[in-house]
Write a protein that binds this ligand. Structure first.
Ligand code: ZN
Length: 600
């Protein structure tokens, strides 16, 4: 049996032979061809579903399974216009979001239910919804007045409640209720879809695409709970994971390995999951090399074997179809080598439902200023193996939290430290830790500018702090006599504040960074920062089994007796794998090469 399985996201005009040549075995197909046909009149979509059913029959003769794929609130690429039968979304300030239909719009909901019903009636045994089946960013009048907690409050009061860090218990409660209200609305809608489908065809399996993490959070939903709503014993629901990479930017390719492994772990082990590898020319340009590089990487990061290509019709414009065909044996070889998920002594811990703890900010993509994936990207691209999970794994030596964290996470963190774990918090996570009742006492304040250099715990000097953006540095204050700390000095040469400290709690340790890893952007992507991370973790008795020592932008995945190195540089790099026992293994990596190294 083949170790990999290719599925695709396609358009009604798909070429059967093209897909089978690519090795695609199962295609999820929209009942239209272009983005500006998404909101065509329902009778057109219904009739296109019949055409799709006929084409599915033809495809099956060529061993290609074909199922319908639906888009809910619009795909705003290309030239489009929202028909006026729908209610448009609104921002929190009341301004329109002309690209999207309000998720609670009854007209659209009834249409979507009718499409699903029709698909089930046509005998399809699967159907799938894109990740825009979510209620993340609409603050239209109906949304707001439907929630009792906001009664009598102005839009600016509501914005204040949703956008500030929670040091007010009344607001914390209101925010939780707001996201529960949104999730309840989603469940009511989802149940109608599920029942409409299964009352006609109880065996029809429903697929749900995982949204970007922030869109999950701002919909008030936990991915696993949401999937369950569409599942029955006869027809377990399945999911497409979320990579969030649309271009050749190495940080986006890297974050795809992070979000893919994170979302993979948000769902139960036995869930049918597809890895998302995407290329949408209307969003941004991607080269075929970066698409194939990402493919290797997400397999290495998750040990999943189903690759979902979205969208193959656009692939033809960029030659990606040929790249998929040419690389098939290579991808197969990689996937045969990866039997287990990678490991690391260091895990990024992010709860699977953080909506009420993440302040909204509509002026930035996905509505939040801080994002823990930047911490993942920095550590990964320094060549230090790191994993990323929705819960603290058993026997995990160390965890790190970045960005906004919840009251529940902090209780878990303190218990974990108390029993011997080591936790690293960046400055934003540390701020939350102090607000939500973390047991270790210290103050953290910021942000501070004019940092010139730091004196590290061993007395050495490091200048990289001078390049960090103004909003990224905070100082830690404590009465404790710290055995390990970093001290920042300002441009006048005066000692300005403490930028890293280690505290003890129970049997474990709490490490605080004065750095907000979300806001430092790419500045910490340098070998000095790698040495500093290794040094501070080593002081807390955390050592990596293996790591990469050489130029940065090389990612290192560690498995039992095997290491994978991935070179994100457009140049050859030479360096070495270091092991905990002092062994070294010298090697060089070609541009975008993924190399498997067997360890003794
Ligand atoms: Zn709305």
């Amino acid at each position: 049996m083949s170790e990999i399985f290719y599925t695709s996201q396609s358009r009604l005009r798909f070429d059967i032979n093209r897909l089978t040549d690519m090795g695609v075995k199962r295609a999820y197909v929209t009942p239209f061809d272009t983005n500006n046909e998404v909101l065509s009149k329902p009778e057109i979509i219904l009739s296109n579903l019949e055409k799709l059913a006929a084409k599915a029959e033809l495809s099956l003769k060529k061993k290609l399974e074909v199922f319908p794929f639906f888009i809910t609130i619009n795909h705003p690429e290309g030239n489009y216009q929202l028909p006026n039968r729908y209610r448009m979304q609104k921002n929190i300030d009341g301004s329109p979001r002309p690209a999207f239909i309000c998720f609670r719009d009854k007209t659209r909901q009834q249409e979507m239910i009718a499409f699903a019903k029709k698909a089930a009636g046509l005998g399809f045994n699967r159907l799938m919804f894109d990740d825009d089946l979510r209620d993340a960013f609409c603050y239209c009048d109906e949304h707001i007045t439907g929630f009792a907690g906001f009664k009598g409050k102005s839009r600016s009061q509501i914005e204040h409640i949703l956008s500030s860090i929670l040091d007010n218990p009344e607001y914390e409660n209101l925010r939780q209720k707001w996201y529960e209200y949104k999730y309840q609305g989603m469940i009511n809608y989802a149940r109608q879809i599920e029942q409409a489908v299964h009352s006609i065809n109880p065996k029809c399996r429903i697929g749900i695409c995982t949204s970007a993490k922030r869109c999950q959070d701002f919909s008030g939903r936990n991915p696993a709970d949401w999937l369950k709503v569409f599942s029955t014993e006869d027809a377990p629901a399945f999911t497409r994971l979320c990579g969030e990479c649309y271009d050749d930017d190495i940080r986006h390719i890297c974050q795809s390995t992070g979000w893919s492994q994170y979302m993979n772990d948000c769902y139960p082990e036995n869930t049918e999951k597809m890895l998302e590898v995407t290329s949408v020319p209307a969003v941004s340009y991607r080269s075929s090399g970066s698409v194939m590089f990402e493919t290797d990487l997400v397999i290495a990061a998750t040990a999943q074997k189903t690759i979902h290509w979205c969208w193959p019709e656009e692939f033809e414009r960029t030659g990606l179809c040929d790249a998929v065909i040419e690389s098939k044996n290579h991808v197969l070889k990689i996937s045969e080598e990866i039997k287990t998920k990678p490991q690391s002594p260091l895990c990024i811990y992010i709860d699977s439902n953080l909506g009420s703890y993440t302040p909204i900010n509509i002026s930035v993509p996905y509505g939040a200023t801080d994002d823990p994936i930047n911490a993942y990207n920095i550590i990964s691209l320094l060549g230090l193996p790191v994993i990323i999970r929705p819960a603290i794994p058993e026997n995990q030596p160390a965890i790190i939290c970045s960005s906004y964290i919840s009251r529940k996470m902090i209780a878990n963190i303190d218990e974990y430290i108390f029993n011997g774990g080591v936790t690293v918090l960046d400055s934003r996570a540390a701020e939350c830790y102090r607000i939500y009742g973390g047991q270790v006492a210290f103050n953290i304040s910021g942000s501070f500018s004019l940092n010139r250099y730091e004196i590290l715990s061993d007395g050495s000097r490091c200048d990289i702090i001078a390049d960090c953006p103004s909003d990224s540095i905070s100082y830690i204050e404590t009465n404790e006599d710290l055995k390990y700390k970093w001290r920042s000095f300002n441009v006048d040469g005066k000692e300005a504040g403490c930028t890293a400290a280690i505290f003890a709690l129970g049997k474990g340790k709490l490490i605080i960074f004065g750095y907000n890893l979300s806001r430092t952007k790419q500045v910490l992507l340098c070998s000095q920062w790698r040495n500093r991370v290794l040094d501070i973790l080593s002081f807390a008795n955390i050592d990596f089994s293996v790591y990469w020592k050489g130029p940065v932008a090389v990612q290192c995945f560690y498995y039992d007796k095997k290491t994978i190195l991935a070179n994100y540089n457009a140049s050859i790099v030479a360096g070495e794998i270091k092991t905990r026992f002092g062994q070294t293994h010298s090697l060089s990596l070609k541009p975008y090469e993924l190399k498997i190294v067997k360890m003794k």
